[in-house]
Design a protein around this ligand. Structure first.
Ligand code: PMT
Length: 401
């Protein structure tokens, strides 16, 4: 098994009978040389003691949000920054509910809310609590925020019932985290480029042609790539969105600027073109504001196709080139044509004729068309753009490694 030397793991143990399994989980991480700090919730201390946790982890155990001693040594924000990854195991129904509401009334929830790292949850609860609609809705919310869920498993429960709700075994939890951390290290060797948002094509100094793209889908893809360790550059048309400062953000306005920024960002290993680049620009942009006249004819010419340029670049073609296809009809046919004509490895088609998905929506629904895979297409049903991005990046990671 690979070693976790220098990897910093923050364990959060909540109050449930499975808390005893967390001790074994900590033991496995320690055996593989991880550095461990632990937070015990108030209820967790009814099941395991700080002394047993610190003896196994050889690291500090925190339990109080308002401890003077802890704040002086490492405050709750530093604690969330210290960790490479946060594992909440067992994650009780109560903690899941609190996190989904953004609650921060104890050290565990405050550190999790303040974290900019990957958070894993290993839920454990009675089968009825697990199946309850409120728990499932809360989990769906957390997944859409980027939390990863490990388990639970089906089996006999401490309460005597049988069903889904048992915390995953310590080794399963260890393997998930190990894979995540090592993928991250491997992905660190790869550069990724994402385009996002609309472009503005000026008619005169104050007017331009644009489209409804909010940039959200491209930004979420860049965030997912960055979270998974890729050295990520995001070339963005005009949007109001923000990204982590570790993502290299290049702001542009016109297709021509987006093209130049893309050229400068080559070579890259992965290129994902989520921008809605204007297909046309003005042939003769006016230097002065155009006066009100009876009829105005705009003379348009084709913009350079950035995706086409990159995917046909002989010496600097990325290993994986992914284009998007925004379609209002004949999605299958048009996407298949774009896959071929634009020389992409994948085309991600989205139907942009619906209000609830595509342009300027919170959600998206996609169909991926692959050039060289046995499976020629794959549908990913309607979900938040952040979740769609995770699905896309899961597939990128699988292919690049
Ligand atoms: O930004 P959001 O509001 O989140 O919406 C997301 C989205 C709907 C814009 C996104 O999911 C999407 O579909 N982006 C591509 C939109 C588009 O312009 O599709 P297209 O079928 O016209 O272009 C095909 C591909 O060629 C795209 O990858 C596009 O980025 C690329 N292209 C197109 C023209 C051009 N001059 N240069 C390009 O690189």
């Amino acid at each position: 098994m690979k070693d976790l030397l220098n990897k910093k793991i923050l364990f959060i143990i909540c109050g449930g009978i499975s808390a005893y399994k967390s001790l074994e989980t900590i033991r496995i991480f320690k055996k593989h040389n991880a550095q461990i700090k632990t937070i015990l919730t108030k209820n967790a201390k009814e099941f395991v003691t700080p002394l047993s946790v610190t003896s196994l982890s050889k690291g500090k155990v925190y339990d109080d949000l308002f401890s003077l001693e802890n704040e002086a040594e490492m405050d709750h924000i530093s604690l969330s920054r210290w960790a490479d990854v946060i594992i909440i195991a067992p994650a009780t129904a109560n903690t899941i509910s609190k996190l989904s509401q953004g609650s921060s009334d104890d050290l565990a929830s405050t550190v999790t809310l303040a974290s900019n790292k990957q958070v894993f949850l290993a839920p454990a609860m009675n089968v009825r609590m697990w199946e309850h609609k409120s728990t499932q809705i809360n989990l769906k919310k957390l997944k859409s925020y980027g939390y990863k869920i490990i388990g639970p498993e089906i089996g006999d429960m401490a309460c005597g019932e049988y069903g889904e709700g048992k915390m995953s075994e310590p080794l399963v939890i260890y393997k998930e985290i190990q894979n995540f951390l090592f993928d991250k290290i491997k992905n660190n060797n790869f550069k990724a480029l994402v385009t996002a948002g609309p472009t503005n094509e000026y008619i005169d100094p104050v007017r331009f042609i644009t489209n409804k793209s909010s940039g959200r889908q491209g930004y979420e893809i860049a965030k997912s790539l960055h979270k998974r360790g890729f050295d990520t550059t995001l070339i963005s048309g005009p949007t109001n969105l923000k990204v982590d400062e570790n993502i290299k953000l290049i702001k542009v306005e016109t297709a021509e600027e987006m093209f130049k920024a893309t050229q400068k960002s080559l070579p890259t290993d992965i290129a994902i073109f989520a921008a809605a680049v204007a297909d046309f620009k003005l042939r003769d942009k006016q230097k002065e504001k155009i006066k009100k006249i009876e009829n105005l004819t705009l003379n348009l010419e084709k913009n350079i196709d950035i995706l086409n340029y990159v995917s046909n670049h002989n010496s600097m073609r990325p290993k994986i080139v992914v284009g998007f296809a925004a379609e209002t009809s004949n999605l299958e046919k048009n996407a298949a044509e774009k896959l071929k004509n634009k020389n992409c490895d994948w085309i991600i088609a989205n139907n942009v004729s619906k209000d609830e998905s595509g342009f300027n929506a919170e959600h998206n629904e996609i169909k991926i068309f692959y050039k060289n895979k046995k499976m020629k297409t794959e549908n990913i049903s309607l979900r938040k753009k952040s979740e769609i991005s995770e699905e896309i990046v899961d597939r990128i990671v699988a292919q690049i490694n």
